[in-house]
Structure formats: C-alpha cells, structure tokens
Design a protein around this ligand. Structure first.
Ligand code: ZN
Length: 182
C-alpha cells in the first residue's frame, strides 16, 4: 500500500496515454503568422496552464515515506505557465474557447494542430522552439503582438499531452491583454 498522496503518483494513463497535470490559470495565446506553404497570414493559437510536475520530476523518491508523507507540498510545488504540446485530447472547458478563437485548430493523426486555411499544418517546433517562432519571440514588438486571453475555468486537469515552459510566463505578462468574445 502506498502512503504517497495521490497527486504525486506518476501520471501514467491507460493505453499509451501520456497524462500531464495542469492547473488554472489557463490562457489562450493567439498570434498572426505567415503560412510556410502559401504565405498568407494565419491566426495560430496555443493554450497554457500551470504545469504540475510529478513526484518523479521533483526528484522525490516515492519509497521515501519519511519526507514525502505528511509533507504539505500543495503550496510550494514549483509550477510555471507552460504550453500544452502533442495534445491528444482536451477537456471541453478548454477546447470550446480555443475553437472559438481558432476554427482552424483541428484534430489530425490523433492530435490537435494549427492549420492554415490552405490545409498546411504548423509544426509545434516552428511555433514554440525555433528562435523568433510564433510563440518564441525575441523582440518586444513580437511579445506585444501576441494576444493573451485568460480563461475563467478553474481547477486541475489531467490532460493527454506533453508540456513545455518556453517563454509562456513572459508572453502572458507582456502580450496584448484580450477578452474572450461572447
Ligand atoms: Zn497556407
């Protein structure tokens, strides 16, 4: 029998799921970018939440019950705004506003992706990891060009996706504050 609080157990889902835990506040980021194939300007989106690291990632030994058990970890888990990547499913509370802001965000090959109206798919490396990528700004003007929509949804979700921190905290701070359309 494990004495570890449930939240710190490794998040291995069923059937090859890769569950990551994210808590509010959630934000949707939206920015114009040129399509790599047809060149037209497209609005692409990202979703961010506060990533909750697993006990393993925190370097906690699940067998070391002396330090883990009875430890009120809930207030000092290091957590930072992170983007959801390789998204294979999304709770409706997050998916609905995302589709409202980007009708071209769609499921293909088992995962959600940004698409241009011409059908070209935007890779996540291009969006998040390449310097000066859409959500990897290097100039102040680029930060300010990214629209930031706070979501009202509260709580913590186990989501079948991966996560990356990148510059999400800085984008949320410096981006253009927006409100979700009715
Ligand atoms: Zn295109």
């Amino acid at each position: 029998m494990s004495l570890i609080p449930e939240q710190t157990e490794p998040d291995d889902g069923e059937d090859g799921e890769d569950l990551s835990s994210f808590s509010a506040p959630f934000h949707i980021l939206r920015c114009l970018t040129g399509c790599w194939r047809c060149g037209q300007a497209c609005k692409v989106t990202a979703i961010t939440g506060m990533y909750q690291p697993t006990a393993e990632e925190l370097g906690w030994d699940p067998d070391d019950t002396e330090t883990v058990w009875d430890y009120d970890y809930s207030n000092d888990i290091p957590t930072e705004p992170s983007y959801l990547s390789s998204i294979r499913s999304l709770p409706e509370e997050l998916l609905a506003p995302l589709l409202k802001l980007n009708p071209d965000f769609a499921m293909a090959d088992g995962g959600y992706h940004n698409f241009c109206r011409c059908g070209a798919r935007f890779g996540e490396f291009y969006l998040f990891n390449e310097p000066e990528g859409t959500f990897a700004p290097m100039e102040e003007d680029h930060f300010r060009a990214i629209e930031v929509y706070p979501l009202e949804v509260q709580g913590t979700f186990q989501i079948d996706c991966l996560s990356g921190a990148g510059l999400m905290g800085e984008i949320i701070e410096k981006g253009k504050p927006m409100a979700l359309p009715e």
